[in-house]
Design a protein around this ligand. Structure first.
Ligand code: FES
Length: 488
């Protein structure tokens, strides 16, 4: 039923996106909005920047839409309680009216910011955005009508108008969600690769001409993509920023320099050459920045890290490497590969046992315990230790979560059932994928820590493994957790 409704909504959205009849009114409105701004000039551009959120760092529209949504939902709730006779207080009716007024004010502000952003959409996004605005505009109109009816004492009709407005707002919200999460309108479109982590020569300086942007590319080995960078020689200095515009992906290397800013050829956002920040919208998000130096007549680049980045650099790896004075045993990766082998054998054993044999359940519990232990030693010791030299840790955490979810589903099933076998094979594939990617990538990167440090971590891993298996309290806790997951 829910799937049918979703398909229906998607088909409707598809029809709106394909409705070319919406283009003439869409462009007429857009041009009508642009003209006064063109006449007024700089002050209008400042207002436009404020409406986009250019100086704020994010679009403002998503923040403002919470005002009508929250206020009108409150009004609807109060109306419902009153209609059901659950509240009779006059103050509840006044509160509903106040919420409607506050929501209307918020809706006007949200509409202004939304229109400012919508002008810079095209094609199917522009059509869908127009219908999104129509739905929300209708909601605003119905709520204003509702307020007028309430003011004349026709509260019942007013409540009906508000309920219809709520439906329009919900439909408009659904289309807005589609525009952002499916069509990626308003999200960051810049390539944010950490490469190049170290200085990399990209172009002879003599190939650059003053104020003529030029594209160079660096390779990102992880994503197997070429990352475009726009180089600009301005005032005798070379500047570099991501070539893909953060607003909608326009090619900044095909733009031009105006008043010391790099201008996007698609919608005219201007970026400061020094900081990569937009000084004029519609863009709100700074471009990726690169440090530049000239060596032997070549332009060399290095990615400037952003707040929150934790990428591996030579300096970071050097700080984490080397012994720290702890006892040493086998290397950490050797300990973990041995545990991976144990897990793989346990899967093979369970699958080799006939379905009806109750030993399957015992082995499944033993496997669940070992998986739990494996997750614990990696999360507590190994991942924090390798984080400075490997960017795979975030994905590994996500895979642990996936393994835990699959394990929980598998434990609930009758071990004699075909569903159990299906789930066990899926869990086996997930463990194999996780272990394989660690062995192929993370353990290779971990070698940058140096053998003495890896032996220290290995010793700590073995001690934790031993403790986890020997401790009765820990075993009892794991057993209890497994029983809970089994639903016993
Ligand atoms: S893509 Fe829109 S301003 Fe660059």
């Amino acid at each position: 039923m829910a799937r049918g409704r979703r398909r229906g909504a998607e088909a409707l959205i598809g029809r709106i996106e394909a409705a070319e009849a919406l283009d003439p009114p869409g462009y007429a409105i857009s041009n009508a909005l642009a003209r006064p701004a063109q006449i007024i000039g700089r002050p209008a551009r400042r207002l436009g920047n404020a409406l986009h959120g250019t100086g704020y760092g994010h679009p403002v529209h998503p923040m403002l839409v919470t005002l009508p949504i929250g206020s009108w939902t409150l009004a609807l709730g109060l109306d419902l309680l009153a209609a059901l006779g659950l509240v009779r207080d006059r103050r509840a009716a006044e509160a509903a009216d106040t919420a409607l007024r506050a929501g209307a004010l918020g809706a006007v502000a949200a509409a202004a910011t939304g229109m400012a952003d919508w002008q810079y959409t095209d094609g199917r996004d522009r059509r869908l955005g127009l219908v999104h605005a129509l739905a929300n505009g209708t909601a605003l109109g119905l709520n204003l009508l509702s307020l007028a009816l309430r003011g004349r004492g026709r509260r019942g009709q007013g409540r009906l108008a508000s309920a219809a407005a709520f439906g329009c707002m919900a439909a408009g919200g659904y289309l807005g969600g589609h525009l952002v999460y499916r069509r990626r309108v308003g999200v960051d479109h810049a390539d944010r690769s950490p490469e190049p982590r170290e200085w990399q020569a990209v172009l002879p300086l003599s190939d650059l001409a003053e104020d003529r942007p030029r594209r160079v590319e660096v390779a990102d080995a992880d994503t197997r993509q070429a990352i475009g960078i726009a180089l600009v020689l301005h005032g005798g200095r070379v500047h570099a920023m991501g070539a893909r515009c953060s607003h909608a992906g326009g090619p900044l290397d095909q733009g031009w320099v105006l008043e010391g800013r790099l201008v996007c050829p698609w919608h005219g956002s201007r970026y400061c050459l020094e900081t990569g920040r937009p000084t004029d919208g519609p863009s709100t998000t700074p471009q990726p920045r690169y440090a530049v130096r000239i060596r032997d007549g070549m332009v060399e680049l290095r990615r400037e890290q952003e707040p929150g980045d934790a990428v591996v650099t030579a300096a970071r790896a050097a700080r984490a490497a080397g012994p720290q004075g702890g006892p040493r045993g086998r290397k950490a990766d050797e300990v973990l590969v041995e545990h991976h082998t144990l897990l793989r054998r346990m899967f093979a054993r369970i699958l080799a046992i006939p379905r009806e044999n109750p030993e399957r359940r015992d082995l499944m519990r033993a496997l669940a315990e070992e998986l739990e232990i494996h997750e614990t030693i990696e999360d507590r010791l190994f991942y924090p230790a390798v984080q400075p030299v490997s960017e795979d840790v975030a994905v590994a955490h996500a895979e642990h979560r996936q393994l835990a979810d699959l394990l929980a589903m598998t434990l609930k099933l009758n071990t004699a059932s075909p569903e159990f076998e299906d789930h066990l094979r899926a869990l086996q594939a997930a463990v194999d994928h996780h272990a394989g990617s660690e062995e192929r990538s993370m353990f290779v990167e971990a070698q940058r820590l140096g053998e003495p440090r890896l032996r220290e971590i290995g010793h700590a891993l073995e001690a934790l493994l031993e403790e986890a298996r020997a401790s009765r309290a820990r075993h009892a806790f794991r057993a209890l957790k497994i029983r809970l997951l089994e639903g016993a």
